[in-house]
Unconditional design. Sequence first.
Length: 90
Amino acid sequence: MPRMTRTPAQIVHSDLHAGATLTVATPGEGFTDITREVAAFLSEAGARFGMAYLFCRHTSASLTIQENADPDVRTDLLTALDRLAPQGRH
């Protein structure tokens, strides 16, 4: 049986809760950088600190947090994903 530990709950009192829906239409597989859209929402909401919760409702899509300085990172990740789940060879 695995052992689990947890830190005590952190209670945060906040005056601001804001939400929005971002719809992204894509031409197919690949990556879409949503950093600007999220930053614009946080600015519009007046957020100076806190947390942003992001989730994806689609079953064949996912959210990934990664550095974006080197375009080879995207290529490497797409190559690895194609090896794990190749198109048309199920």
